[in-house]
Design a protein around this ligand. Sequence first.
Ligand SMILES: Cc1cc2nc3c(=O)[nH]c(=O)nc-3n(C[C@H](O)[C@H](O)[C@H](O)COP(=O)(O)OP(=O)(O)OC[C@H]3O[C@@H](n4cnc5c(N)ncnc54)[C@H](O)[C@@H]3O)c2cc1C
Ligand SMILES: *[C@@H]1O[C@H](CO)[C@@H](O)[C@H](O)[C@H]1NC(C)=O
Length: 512
Amino acid sequence: MERRVGRALVRPRVLIVGAGLAGLGAAQRLLRRGGRHLGGVRVLEATGRAGGRIRSGKLRGKVIEIGAHWIHGPSKENPVFQLASEHGLLDEAAMSEENQQVEIGGHPLGPSACFSSRGQLLSPDILDSMGLLFFALLEEAREFVHAAKVPVPSVGEYLKEAIARKVREWSDDEETKRLKLAVLNLFFKLECCVSGTHSLDLVALGPFGEYTMLPGLDCTFPNGYEGLIDCLMASLPKGTVQFDKPVKTVHWNSSCLEEAPAGRTFGVQVECEDGEKFFADHVIVTVPLGFLKEHGETFFNPPLPSRKVAAVEKLGFGTNNKIFVEFEQPFWEPDCQVVEVAWDGESPLAEPPADLEAIWYQKIAGFVVLHPAERYGHILCGFIAGKEAEFMETLTDAEVLSALTEVFRRATGNPQLAPPRSILRSKWYSEPYTKGSYSYVAVDSSGDDIDALAQPLHEGTSDSKPPQVLFAGEATHRTFYSTTHGALLSGWREADRLLDIYDMSESPHAAL
Ligand SMILES: Cc1cc2nc3c(=O)[nH]c(=O)nc-3n(C[C@H](O)[C@H](O)[C@H](O)COP(=O)(O)OP(=O)(O)OC[C@H]3O[C@@H](n4cnc5c(N)ncnc54)[C@H](O)[C@@H]3O)c2cc1C
Ligand SMILES: *[C@@H]1O[C@H](CO)[C@@H](O)[C@H](O)[C@H]1NC(C)=O
């Protein structure tokens, strides 16, 4: 079974950079299917923990998600859902056939409480009608994937032009129009969180519809998303993952031929920040696109070819953060799913505020109420994207807590409203090995850039030699980028690429 390379029979040695879902998924698949034909699989992780952007934490003893929140589209085709079901990590409702068939195209909002910043609770009608309008336009925006030409470069510009036309048909009084626009602006902020971008003006219109939504009612992990990572870790032989091993440079194309103990030569050498060097035949790089944008130039020796450099530069990678606040008493109704604040005078058609640092909190798209209350008590999870989210990371907990208390007091019109008891935030932009939240297809880029990013690098000058550097991770999946299932599938894809080359699938039908 082993591939004959040169004079000797070699058992290929594989290194994986990054112990997120993509890296762990690749490692597990290689070990399960390649088994004894492999000369070793090792994962090098920069931080002291596995999971990457899957990270569960605790707020007052309650499990909350600092990273990935939902399984988007939990149904048969979704490998994260499959894996979570097999390991018994989901509750019964989430696994029901009924739930798997729901097609909602994003997570459902359910009953929500939308306040105006002037302290009134808005009528559900206005929220419903603006929601219908916004999501219908967003659907239209997805259809340009089949079009030869786009009317405008970005999703934001497309939505704004369509809304400007609608507004001219509105016969409401000025006050109602003002409210409707403020509510529409909330949906823009929400979509910024979904796309992990500062503004929808940065999201490319043409490829927008390539992102694919699977059926199923988005669900969460009652005991934390990280349970999935624990299962993967438990399935790997002890010592497979080495922690606190940030990789500094990947030397490939035999740029650093060295003798290894067994007297073999390896085409790839991975050099860590601490100076330790690892040798391999192949390396699967799963570092986030945010990391590559910052370190891509020095991370590879020889450097990445220009087509890949262009993809790294052009594709989008933004910040979406969460702010969890816990209250002693709720100021929302028990069935309420989301608390929102529509800022008086805001409009998607107006210029964005110049002084975003002064009013950063107005960028918060909404607060998801964690359910059930019996499990969580009274916790809200605020979502905020873009430059305001990055600025928020520079503030202290006390500063954020006091800003939010002011927001809730204004919204409810109750200047005595008790502040939250505790707070916990994500700071994904400041994480040195992530530098943001997830990828999107930015204006001037396309799905071809995602495919270019995913292309492996081969030794020498032709692609006939086996690939030395392979790429996985959320940002390398053309239709499921920005998700956990996209990450897992990309890891499997690169594991399979190697297994196919060596024709070493022992048991192609085994689990994973
Ligand atoms: C706030 C937030 C909310 C999200 N919500 C959802 C959601 O609801 N549903 C969903 O499906 N997805 C969601 N996602 C996206 C999802 O978390 C990611 O797409 C997925 O976890 C990415 O997995 P990955 O393996 O590609 O990357 P990562 O999990 O980032 O793994 C990469 C690993 O590489 C390591 N690394 C980086 N540089 C180096 C280096 N130089 N040397 C060694 N190791 C290195 C990192 O430390 C990290 O552990 C969310 C993400 C965020 C941030
Ligand atoms: C890889 O090495 C070959 C020579 O062995 C060279 O021709 C080629 O340009 C190198 N590729 C890169 C990307 O440096």
